[in-house]
Write a protein that binds this ligand. Structure first.
Ligand code: PLP
Ligand code: COI
Length: 351
C-alpha cells in the first residue's frame, strides 16, 4: 500500500455533482509519457489537459495501433480517495500492448501516472456517494508509418473525468438484444486485449440496437453460436438458485477486473457456487437473474433479453436479490462502507 497524503488545499470544483453522466469533463492535468526510437520510455510527467498534435501518418490513425484501460478512483466514506485494484489494469495493459506490438508501460510507471493524475485533480473527484472519477490510460502508435508495421515510437496518456453511471438512468434493468448478425471477437483475434479497434467494430451493432430501443448487445461466440460471450462493454453473468456462471476466458473475452471481483465476492462472501465455463444462450434465457459487470457499468441488472422474436423478462423495476447484493458489496468495498477483506483498495489521498 502507498502512504496516503493530505490533499492540496483546493476547493471542490463547482460541478453539477448530482447529475453526472458518463461523459468527459476536462480536468486540470493529464499524464504524458513518450518513448523514443529505441522504444525506451521517458519518465513521464503531468501536463495541462490539452489537445494533442499528431503526424498524419501516425500508426494509430492509419492502422488502429492502440489500446486503453478503464479504471476508477472513489471518494470513500472515510474521506479518502482510493483506487480499486489498479495493478490489474496495469497488468492488462501490458498484455494488450504485447498483443498489439507496442512497448509495454512498466507497471510501476502506470500506477505512478494514475496516482499523479488523481492527486493533481482531486478537486474533480465527485464527493462521497455522488459519482466516481473515471481514469482512462491510453497507449498508441504516435510515430509515422506507411507500410503495415508497428509505429516507430509510441505515446502513453492518462486523462480522467468525473462520471456518473455508464447507462443513462442509473441503476435499472437493462433491455438487451442478442446479436445474430455480428460478433465482437474471433477465435485467436484481439478480444482479450483492450484494443481500440474492438470498440470501433462494436459501434455499428450498438447503434442498430439503440435504434431498435435496446440498451446494448449480447454477443455470441464466433466459434460456437450456442454460447454467449459478452455484453458490448461488460462481462455477463447468469444466476440460477445458488449457482452463478460466467463465460470462461478463452482468448476472445476481455478479462474484466469487475468480473474477477464479483466472482470472488460471490464465492467468498455470499457462499455461492461459481463457475467459469462455456455458458449457453439457452441457460442464460433460463436463468433467474442475469447481469453484466464492468468498471463503467459496475453491476447492472439485465431486465430483458430479446433473442430474434422472443423476449425473456427477468426484472422490470425490482432488481434481483443476488444482483442487488453483489452491487451493494462491490460498491460498498469501493466506498469503504464494507471491509476490504481482499486488500483491493489503494489509498491515494486523505481529504
Ligand atoms: N468486456 C468489455 C468488452 C469491456 O470493454 C469491459 C470494460 O472494460 C469489460 C468487459 C469489463 O472490464 P472491467 O471490469 O475490467 O472494466
Ligand atoms: C470500462 O468499463 O472501463 C470500459 O472501458 C468500458 C467502456 C466505457 C469502453
Amino acid at each position: 500500500m502507498t502512504t496516503t497524503e493530505v490533499a492540496v488545499d483546493r476547493p471542490l470544483q463547482d460541478l453539477d455533482w448530482d447529475n453526472l453522466t458518463f461523459s468527459v469533463t476536462p480536468t486540470r492535468s493529464m499524464w504524458l509519457m513518450e518513448c523514443d526510437k529505441e522504444l525506451v520510455w521517458n519518465e513521464g510527467k503531468l501536463e495541462p489537459f490539452r489537445n494533442l498534435q499528431m503526424s498524419p501518418a501516425a500508426g494509430v490513425l492509419n492502422y488502429g495501433q492502440g489500446a486503453f484501460e478503464g479504471m476508477k478512483a472513489y471518494h470513500t466514506e472515510k474521506n479518502r480517495i482510493v483506487l480499486f485494484r489498479p495493478e490489474e489494469n496495469a497488468r492488462r495493459l501490458v498484455d494488450s500492448a504485447t498483443r498489439l506490438c507496442m512497448p509495454p508501460i512498466p507497471e510501476e510507471k502506470f500506477i505512478e501516472g494514475v496516482e499523479a493524475v488523481v492527486r493533481d485533480n482531486a478537486d474533480f473527484v465527485p464527493p462521497f456517494g455522488r459519482g466516481s472519477f473515471y481514469i482512462r490510460p491510453i497507449l498508441w502508435g504516435s510515430g509515422p508509418v506507411l507500410g503495415v508495421k508497428p509505429a516507430p515510437w509510441f505515446s502513453f496518456l492518462i486523462y480522467a473525468s468525473p462520471v456518473g453511471l455508464y447507462f443513462k438512468g442509473g441503476l435499472r434493468c437493462l433491455n438487451l438484444k442478442v446479436s445474430h448478425d455480428f460478433h465482437r471477437a474471433a477465435p485467436h483475434g484481439t478480444g482479450n486485449a483492450k484494443a481500440i479497434g474492438n470498440y470501433a467494430a462494436s459501434l455499428y451493432p450498438l447503434m442498430q440496437a439503440k435504434e431498435e430501443g435496446f440498451d446494448e448487445v449480447i454477443y455470441l461466440k464466433a466459434a460456437n453460436e450456442e454460447l454467449v460471450e459478452e455484453v458490448g462493454a461488460a462481462n455477463i453473468f447468469a444466476v440460477k438458485g445458488n449457482k452463478m456462471v460466467t463465460p470462461r476466458l478463452g482468448g476472445s473475452i476481455l478479462p474484466g477486473v469487475t468480473r474477477d471481483s464479483v466472482l470472488t465476492i460471490a464465492a467468498e462472501l455470499m457462499d455461492m457456487e461459481t463457475e467459469e465455463r462455456d455458458v449457453t444462450l439457452e441457460e442464460v434465457l433460463d436463468a433467474d437473474e442475469v447481469f453484466c459487470t464492468g468498471t463503467a457499468a459496475v453491476v447492472m441488472p439485465i431486465g430483458k433479453i430479446t433473442d430474434k422474436e422472443n423476449t425473456k423478462v427477468y426484472c422490470e423495476e425490482q432488481i434481483g436479490p443476488v444482483t442487488r447484493k453483489l452491487y451493494d458489496m462491490l460498491t460498498g468495498i469501493q466506498k469503504e462502507k464494507v471491509e476490504d477483506r481482499f486488500d483491493w483498495l489503494r489509498p491515494v489521498l486523505e481529504i
